[in-house]
Design a protein around this ligand. Sequence first.
Ligand code: TPP
Ligand code: MG
Length: 569
Amino acid sequence: MKVTANRGIARILKAEGSRFVSLFPSCRLNNDIGDEGGLPLIMMRDERYGVAVADAYSRLGDGKRFGVCTLQGGLNCSGLEFSTGAMLQAFEDNSPVLCLTDGVGPAERGNSHFHIDRFYFQITKWTAYVEAASRVPEYMNRAFTNLKTGRPRPVLLQVPGNLGEYDDEEFPYIPVQAWKSQADPDDVTATVELLLNAKNPVLYVGQGLFYSDGCPELLQFAELAQIPVITTLKGKSAFPENHELALGIRGEPVDDFLNNSDVLFAIGTSLSPNRFSHVIKNAHKKSIIQCTIDTADINKSYRIKQALIGDAKLVLRQLIEEYSKQGGGETKPELLEKIRTLKAQKAAVYGPLIVSNETPINPYRVYGDLAKVLDPKNSFVTAESGSPRDQVTTIWEAQIPHGYLGWGSVSTLGFSLAGAIASRFTFPGRPAIVVAGDAGIGYMLGNIEAVKRYSLGITIIHMNNSGFAGYGPGFWGPGQDPHTHTVSSPEVVNMSRVANALGLHAERIETPSEIIPALKRALDENAKDRPAYLEFICSQYPIWSEFAGRAQKGASRDMFTAPAAGAKV
Ligand SMILES: Cc1ncc(C[n+]2csc(CCOP(=O)(O)OP(=O)(O)O)c2C)c(N)n1
Ligand SMILES: [Mg+2]
């Protein structure tokens, strides 16, 4: 049957199980997707969020569900240009998001200074221009193949107008399968030998675990081998953090195990030292094993002793089989005792803060109370750049996969809102919480209207401390930007009233005893599909556990204290 190129794309998206298309007008595809029906169009208030919502949905998609967005393209494409930061974030964070935009037709090509292909070539896994309607199935096939197979990264397809029709019986679309590979059996045997002979092995797990949908296998393997688990920020929640073998993502006891391990087994991580991951000190004295699907990661920042090239889930299954053959790891009571002791030391630091009665409210008190209100087995939390992310990830124990969404390498302010919106499509039954500081709120303000419009029952927690804590001076040190860290105080600007005017249930909370009742009221409203906004008047308290090799807060943010990253031998 004859179908227009745009309708063909809409049908292919449905055939691929797409859940929604996020966007900001206008792209020529939008009306055809709308006319086709069956695929909700989620209209955000700018293109950055159009991409970010789709990106976040992919991050929660376990390599099976992929976010799709459309962007205004063509000649002088303000929409596409504005979306660039979001696409770049998806690229650096390895998120498989499908971006569709208007292609520049032959009559207009070369008129603008900006060349879509040349530019996006750098920040996508694949970008292409659909030359003819009959090639729509082929190009969509390649787009989904790129999303589903190999290293996840964004894809940009340019669809010019007036492509006309094609015959979908002559050019049918068959949904793409995801092909995956296992590791070389010799590498599996060598890995098990290394691990069995290790004195202090540790697992270092990244977000690749999610894309392989390998969380159950990770748990099984860690328990079988009795090896403790560190996760990266993006890998947070891949392993239950209340588990006796869980070390968390940062600070104590991660530091101890990272530094004292003789064998470090990295799974689903590129091991890139960056602002939100560790620098592995004495890497040359450790045996580093790396399981990755991308050979580009091998020997990238650290010399690898043993690689396992393959899908994390499949490789873990291979390891479980081999390990079981060799009798499994032995229980090590002294190991578990050490983890307990280190965790107790950490609890002694943060324990008093989570029950603090100070006013302005200590931010840790808010997180402590949030933990009392939320069901750890049925909730979704994500925290914004700045103190919220650093504080929450210091103490928050995620117990189920995607119970927490960690993001960054590129920690672009405002992404948490996109994360919570995406979570409503992936886990509609889970209460969804955004924790944001003043800066994050500023980025998301315009888009809060969309949350109301779609009746998305999420709670935005605004940690209002009247500035960019830690960027300015305080009890923690001189700060990085002492001239540029203050924003309007709560006496001058009332953000909860702004949120209320936008149609959200909104409250301002100034006393610690009011935190739990306010959280409960917000969650009750969420259950009725009404978004909520809680503005907590907090102190600036930029104290948290660092990533290994990073300078303590208050000094320059860009300083590595450890030996240069990636010292190769
Ligand atoms: C797009 C973008 N620009 C700049 C930054 C750098 N940055 C990270 S957090 C932050 C300010 C944080 O202040 P706030 O949200 O008030 O949190 P606080 O630390 O005060 O709790 C800035 C400027 C960023 N992460 N993303
Ligand atoms: Mg602030």
